[in-house]
Design a protein around this ligand. Structure first.
Ligand code: PCA
Length: 329
Protein backbone atom coordinates (compact mmCIF):
# COMPACT_ATOMS: atom_id res chain seq x y z
CA UNK A 1 0.00 0.00 0.00
CA UNK A 2 1.44 3.39 -0.93
CA UNK A 3 2.17 5.98 1.67
CA UNK A 4 -0.51 8.34 0.42
CA UNK A 5 -3.08 5.57 0.39
CA UNK A 6 -2.37 4.82 4.05
CA UNK A 7 -2.78 8.45 4.99
CA UNK A 8 -5.94 8.68 2.95
CA UNK A 9 -7.31 5.60 4.69
CA UNK A 10 -6.40 6.97 8.10
CA UNK A 11 -8.06 10.31 7.46
CA UNK A 12 -11.19 8.58 6.20
CA UNK A 13 -11.16 6.36 9.29
CA UNK A 14 -10.90 9.33 11.61
CA UNK A 15 -13.62 11.13 9.71
CA UNK A 16 -15.95 8.15 10.00
CA UNK A 17 -15.09 7.82 13.70
CA UNK A 18 -15.87 11.48 14.31
CA UNK A 19 -19.12 11.16 12.41
CA UNK A 20 -20.13 8.12 14.46
CA UNK A 21 -19.33 10.01 17.65
CA UNK A 22 -21.33 13.06 16.70
CA UNK A 23 -24.33 10.99 15.61
CA UNK A 24 -24.17 9.09 18.88
CA UNK A 25 -24.33 12.39 20.76
CA UNK A 26 -27.18 13.83 18.71
CA UNK A 27 -29.04 10.65 17.85
CA UNK A 28 -31.38 10.50 20.82
CA UNK A 29 -34.85 11.17 19.50
CA UNK A 30 -37.81 11.30 21.87
CA UNK A 31 -41.25 10.84 20.35
CA UNK A 32 -43.91 12.88 22.14
CA UNK A 33 -47.47 11.75 21.37
CA UNK A 34 -50.18 14.31 22.23
CA UNK A 35 -53.96 13.89 21.92
CA UNK A 36 -55.26 17.34 20.97
CA UNK A 37 -55.41 19.56 17.85
CA UNK A 38 -52.06 20.86 16.61
CA UNK A 39 -53.40 24.45 16.75
CA UNK A 40 -54.52 24.12 20.40
CA UNK A 41 -52.35 25.96 22.96
CA UNK A 42 -51.50 22.69 24.76
CA UNK A 43 -49.99 21.33 21.55
CA UNK A 44 -48.26 24.62 20.71
CA UNK A 45 -46.82 24.81 24.23
CA UNK A 46 -45.63 21.21 23.88
CA UNK A 47 -44.00 21.99 20.55
CA UNK A 48 -42.15 24.96 22.03
CA UNK A 49 -41.12 22.85 25.03
CA UNK A 50 -39.74 20.30 22.55
CA UNK A 51 -37.75 22.99 20.73
CA UNK A 52 -36.48 24.39 24.05
CA UNK A 53 -35.12 20.95 24.96
CA UNK A 54 -33.63 20.27 21.54
CA UNK A 55 -31.88 23.64 21.54
CA UNK A 56 -30.95 23.63 25.23
CA UNK A 57 -29.33 20.20 25.10
CA UNK A 58 -27.35 21.24 22.01
CA UNK A 59 -29.20 18.58 20.03
CA UNK A 60 -28.34 15.72 22.45
CA UNK A 61 -32.07 15.12 22.77
CA UNK A 62 -34.43 15.91 19.94
CA UNK A 63 -38.09 15.84 20.99
CA UNK A 64 -40.57 15.34 18.13
CA UNK A 65 -44.23 16.09 18.92
CA UNK A 66 -47.11 14.14 17.34
CA UNK A 67 -50.36 16.07 18.08
CA UNK A 68 -53.98 15.10 17.45
CA UNK A 69 -53.54 11.47 18.48
CA UNK A 70 -51.52 10.81 15.31
CA UNK A 71 -48.91 8.52 16.91
CA UNK A 72 -50.97 7.08 19.78
CA UNK A 73 -54.62 7.81 20.52
CA UNK A 74 -55.27 9.74 23.73
CA UNK A 75 -56.32 6.68 25.68
CA UNK A 76 -53.14 4.80 24.72
CA UNK A 77 -50.53 7.50 25.42
CA UNK A 78 -49.85 6.75 29.09
CA UNK A 79 -49.30 3.04 28.44
CA UNK A 80 -47.05 3.86 25.49
CA UNK A 81 -44.81 6.03 27.69
CA UNK A 82 -44.88 3.59 30.63
CA UNK A 83 -43.69 0.77 28.40
CA UNK A 84 -41.13 2.88 26.53
CA UNK A 85 -42.86 2.73 23.14
CA UNK A 86 -42.72 6.52 23.38
CA UNK A 87 -40.17 8.30 25.57
CA UNK A 88 -42.43 11.21 26.54
CA UNK A 89 -46.07 12.19 26.04
CA UNK A 90 -49.02 14.35 27.04
CA UNK A 91 -52.35 13.19 28.46
CA UNK A 92 -55.42 14.46 30.28
CA UNK A 93 -54.72 13.53 33.90
CA UNK A 94 -58.34 12.75 34.79
CA UNK A 95 -58.40 10.31 31.89
CA UNK A 96 -56.72 7.90 34.35
CA UNK A 97 -59.62 8.16 36.81
CA UNK A 98 -60.73 4.66 35.85
CA UNK A 99 -57.44 3.29 37.26
CA UNK A 100 -57.52 5.29 40.45
CA UNK A 101 -60.15 7.85 41.49
CA UNK A 102 -57.42 10.18 42.82
CA UNK A 103 -56.51 11.09 39.23
CA UNK A 104 -59.90 12.81 39.03
CA UNK A 105 -59.16 15.42 41.71
CA UNK A 106 -59.42 18.15 39.06
CA UNK A 107 -62.85 17.02 37.82
CA UNK A 108 -64.78 17.33 41.08
CA UNK A 109 -67.70 19.65 40.21
CA UNK A 110 -67.48 23.21 41.56
CA UNK A 111 -64.45 22.50 43.78
CA UNK A 112 -62.16 24.85 41.82
CA UNK A 113 -63.89 26.94 39.15
CA UNK A 114 -61.35 29.69 38.32
CA UNK A 115 -57.79 29.62 36.99
CA UNK A 116 -56.51 30.84 40.39
CA UNK A 117 -58.32 28.17 42.40
CA UNK A 118 -57.49 25.40 39.98
CA UNK A 119 -53.78 26.33 40.21
CA UNK A 120 -53.99 26.08 44.01
CA UNK A 121 -55.79 22.76 43.70
CA UNK A 122 -53.19 21.40 41.31
CA UNK A 123 -50.33 22.52 43.56
CA UNK A 124 -52.05 20.83 46.51
CA UNK A 125 -52.28 17.61 44.49
CA UNK A 126 -48.87 17.75 42.80
CA UNK A 127 -46.84 15.68 45.33
CA UNK A 128 -49.51 12.97 45.44
CA UNK A 129 -49.72 12.83 41.66
CA UNK A 130 -45.92 12.72 41.32
CA UNK A 131 -45.81 9.74 43.68
CA UNK A 132 -48.66 7.91 41.94
CA UNK A 133 -46.99 8.38 38.57
CA UNK A 134 -43.58 7.43 39.95
CA UNK A 135 -45.04 4.07 41.02
CA UNK A 136 -46.07 3.64 37.38
CA UNK A 137 -42.60 4.25 35.93
CA UNK A 138 -43.42 7.85 35.00
CA UNK A 139 -41.94 11.25 35.84
CA UNK A 140 -44.27 14.25 35.62
CA UNK A 141 -42.62 17.26 33.97
CA UNK A 142 -45.32 19.93 33.79
CA UNK A 143 -49.08 20.43 33.72
CA UNK A 144 -51.36 23.00 32.07
CA UNK A 145 -55.11 23.54 32.67
CA UNK A 146 -57.97 23.49 30.20
CA UNK A 147 -60.35 26.46 30.39
CA UNK A 148 -63.50 26.16 32.58
CA UNK A 149 -65.90 23.41 31.51
CA UNK A 150 -69.35 24.24 30.13
CA UNK A 151 -72.17 22.34 28.47
CA UNK A 152 -72.75 21.96 24.73
CA UNK A 153 -76.11 21.04 23.19
CA UNK A 154 -77.88 20.94 19.86
CA UNK A 155 -80.87 22.79 21.37
CA UNK A 156 -81.81 25.26 24.09
CA UNK A 157 -81.55 23.74 27.58
CA UNK A 158 -82.91 25.44 30.69
CA UNK A 159 -83.08 22.58 33.15
CA UNK A 160 -81.76 19.07 33.67
CA UNK A 161 -85.07 17.60 32.45
CA UNK A 162 -84.30 19.05 28.98
CA UNK A 163 -81.18 16.85 28.84
CA UNK A 164 -82.98 13.57 29.31
CA UNK A 165 -82.09 10.88 26.78
CA UNK A 166 -79.42 12.91 24.94
CA UNK A 167 -76.32 11.07 23.77
CA UNK A 168 -73.53 12.67 25.75
CA UNK A 169 -69.86 12.57 24.78
CA UNK A 170 -67.71 11.86 27.86
CA UNK A 171 -63.92 12.11 28.32
CA UNK A 172 -63.41 10.64 31.81
CA UNK A 173 -65.32 8.95 34.65
CA UNK A 174 -66.61 12.22 36.07
CA UNK A 175 -68.18 13.27 32.76
CA UNK A 176 -69.76 9.84 32.31
CA UNK A 177 -71.19 10.03 35.83
CA UNK A 178 -72.53 13.52 35.15
CA UNK A 179 -74.35 12.09 32.14
CA UNK A 180 -75.93 9.34 34.24
CA UNK A 181 -77.04 11.74 36.95
CA UNK A 182 -78.65 14.04 34.37
CA UNK A 183 -80.45 11.23 32.55
CA UNK A 184 -78.20 11.32 29.48
CA UNK A 185 -76.45 8.44 27.74
CA UNK A 186 -72.66 8.63 28.03
CA UNK A 187 -70.38 7.57 25.18
CA UNK A 188 -66.61 7.97 25.51
CA UNK A 189 -65.04 9.77 22.55
CA UNK A 190 -61.60 11.34 22.19
CA UNK A 191 -61.49 15.06 21.41
CA UNK A 192 -59.81 14.24 18.09
CA UNK A 193 -62.98 12.40 17.00
CA UNK A 194 -65.79 14.65 18.21
CA UNK A 195 -66.47 16.57 14.96
CA UNK A 196 -67.30 13.26 13.32
CA UNK A 197 -69.32 12.06 16.34
CA UNK A 198 -71.52 15.18 16.38
CA UNK A 199 -71.89 15.24 12.61
CA UNK A 200 -73.13 11.65 12.54
CA UNK A 201 -75.32 11.95 15.64
CA UNK A 202 -73.29 9.46 17.69
CA UNK A 203 -73.22 12.27 20.27
CA UNK A 204 -75.49 15.31 20.75
CA UNK A 205 -73.97 17.05 23.75
CA UNK A 206 -70.84 17.23 25.90
CA UNK A 207 -69.14 19.07 28.72
CA UNK A 208 -65.86 20.64 27.70
CA UNK A 209 -64.06 23.96 27.32
CA UNK A 210 -64.80 26.60 24.71
CA UNK A 211 -61.33 25.62 23.45
CA UNK A 212 -62.20 22.08 22.43
CA UNK A 213 -65.49 23.15 20.83
CA UNK A 214 -63.59 25.77 18.85
CA UNK A 215 -60.72 23.44 17.89
CA UNK A 216 -63.25 20.95 16.49
CA UNK A 217 -65.67 23.49 14.90
CA UNK A 218 -68.63 22.03 16.76
CA UNK A 219 -70.90 24.85 15.51
CA UNK A 220 -71.27 22.75 12.40
CA UNK A 221 -73.50 20.43 14.48
CA UNK A 222 -74.27 22.09 17.83
CA UNK A 223 -76.10 25.31 18.67
CA UNK A 224 -75.63 26.18 22.36
CA UNK A 225 -72.72 26.56 24.78
CA UNK A 226 -73.65 27.20 28.41
CA UNK A 227 -70.90 28.50 30.67
CA UNK A 228 -71.02 26.42 33.83
CA UNK A 229 -67.41 26.66 35.08
CA UNK A 230 -67.78 23.20 36.57
CA UNK A 231 -64.00 22.50 36.80
CA UNK A 232 -60.71 22.99 34.95
CA UNK A 233 -59.05 19.66 34.13
CA UNK A 234 -55.29 19.39 33.51
CA UNK A 235 -53.09 17.97 30.81
CA UNK A 236 -49.66 16.85 31.96
CA UNK A 237 -46.41 15.83 30.33
CA UNK A 238 -44.88 12.55 31.47
CA UNK A 239 -41.54 10.98 30.64
CA UNK A 240 -40.60 7.30 30.98
CA UNK A 241 -38.64 6.90 34.25
CA UNK A 242 -35.94 4.65 32.75
CA UNK A 243 -35.38 7.18 29.98
CA UNK A 244 -35.22 9.94 32.59
CA UNK A 245 -32.73 8.00 34.74
CA UNK A 246 -30.51 7.46 31.69
CA UNK A 247 -30.43 11.20 30.98
CA UNK A 248 -27.40 13.21 32.13
CA UNK A 249 -27.77 15.70 35.00
CA UNK A 250 -26.98 18.56 32.64
CA UNK A 251 -29.72 17.55 30.19
CA UNK A 252 -32.23 16.87 32.98
CA UNK A 253 -31.64 20.39 34.25
CA UNK A 254 -32.33 21.79 30.79
CA UNK A 255 -35.52 19.72 30.51
CA UNK A 256 -36.74 20.82 33.95
CA UNK A 257 -36.12 24.47 33.11
CA UNK A 258 -37.96 24.11 29.79
CA UNK A 259 -40.82 22.40 31.66
CA UNK A 260 -41.17 25.27 34.15
CA UNK A 261 -41.27 27.74 31.29
CA UNK A 262 -43.85 25.64 29.43
CA UNK A 263 -46.10 25.37 32.49
CA UNK A 264 -46.03 29.12 32.96
CA UNK A 265 -46.54 29.95 29.29
CA UNK A 266 -49.22 27.28 28.79
CA UNK A 267 -51.22 28.48 31.78
CA UNK A 268 -51.28 32.05 30.48
CA UNK A 269 -52.21 30.83 27.03
CA UNK A 270 -55.13 28.91 28.56
CA UNK A 271 -56.52 32.18 29.91
CA UNK A 272 -56.14 33.96 26.60
CA UNK A 273 -57.53 31.08 24.58
CA UNK A 274 -60.67 31.09 26.77
CA UNK A 275 -61.91 34.48 25.51
CA UNK A 276 -60.65 33.91 21.99
CA UNK A 277 -62.47 30.62 21.58
CA UNK A 278 -65.76 31.87 23.12
CA UNK A 279 -65.74 34.61 20.50
CA UNK A 280 -64.97 31.95 17.90
CA UNK A 281 -67.99 29.85 18.93
CA UNK A 282 -70.21 32.95 18.60
CA UNK A 283 -68.76 33.75 15.20
CA UNK A 284 -69.53 30.19 14.20
CA UNK A 285 -73.17 30.94 14.99
CA UNK A 286 -73.57 29.40 18.44
CA UNK A 287 -75.47 30.91 21.34
CA UNK A 288 -72.92 31.36 24.14
CA UNK A 289 -74.31 32.32 27.55
CA UNK A 290 -74.10 31.54 31.24
CA UNK A 291 -76.31 28.62 32.28
CA UNK A 292 -79.62 29.79 33.78
CA UNK A 293 -80.28 29.79 37.54
CA UNK A 294 -82.50 26.70 37.47
CA UNK A 295 -79.94 24.66 35.56
CA UNK A 296 -77.07 25.89 37.77
CA UNK A 297 -79.01 24.99 40.93
CA UNK A 298 -79.70 21.48 39.68
CA UNK A 299 -76.09 20.99 38.55
CA UNK A 300 -74.82 22.10 41.97
CA UNK A 301 -76.95 19.45 43.66
CA UNK A 302 -75.57 16.82 41.27
CA UNK A 303 -72.10 18.20 41.97
CA UNK A 304 -72.59 17.51 45.68
CA UNK A 305 -73.43 13.90 44.97
CA UNK A 306 -70.36 13.57 42.74
CA UNK A 307 -68.12 15.20 45.35
CA UNK A 308 -69.29 12.75 47.99
CA UNK A 309 -68.74 9.83 45.65
CA UNK A 310 -65.28 11.03 44.68
CA UNK A 311 -64.19 11.52 48.30
CA UNK A 312 -65.28 7.98 49.10
CA UNK A 313 -63.49 6.52 46.09
CA UNK A 314 -60.29 8.58 46.46
CA UNK A 315 -59.74 7.64 50.12
CA UNK A 316 -56.91 9.14 52.18
CA UNK A 317 -55.05 10.55 49.17
CA UNK A 318 -58.17 12.40 48.07
CA UNK A 319 -58.85 13.74 51.54
CA UNK A 320 -55.23 14.94 51.85
CA UNK A 321 -55.50 16.84 48.56
CA UNK A 322 -58.70 18.61 49.63
CA UNK A 323 -57.20 19.47 53.03
CA UNK A 324 -54.04 20.89 51.44
CA UNK A 325 -56.20 22.84 48.99
CA UNK A 326 -58.38 24.32 51.73
CA UNK A 327 -55.30 25.17 53.79
CA UNK A 328 -53.78 27.10 50.87
CA UNK A 329 -56.60 29.64 50.81
N1 PCA B 1 -61.00 19.50 26.43
C1 PCA B 1 -60.68 18.10 26.51
C2 PCA B 1 -60.65 17.82 27.98
C3 PCA B 1 -61.19 19.01 28.66
C4 PCA B 1 -61.32 20.03 27.60
O1 PCA B 1 -61.62 21.20 27.79
C5 PCA B 1 -61.72 17.26 25.87
O2 PCA B 1 -62.85 17.71 25.69
O3 PCA B 1 -61.42 16.11 25.58
Amino acid sequence: MSHSRIIHGLVAGIAIGALALSTAASAEKWDMPMAYAATNYHSETGEQFAQCVTRGTGGDIEIVTHPSGSLFKGGDIKRAVQTGQAQIGERLMSGHQNENAVFGFDSVPFLATSFEDSARLFDAARPTMENLLDEQNLVMLYAVPWPPQGLYFNKEVNQVADMKGLKFRSYNNATARLAELTGMLPVTIEAAEISQAFATGVAESMISSGATGYDRKVWESLSHFYEVDAWLPYNYIMVNKDVWNDTSDANRNVISACARLAEYAGTWRAREYTGFTMAGLREGGMTVAPAGDTLVGELKAIGETMTKEWLEAAGDDGKAIIEAYNASR
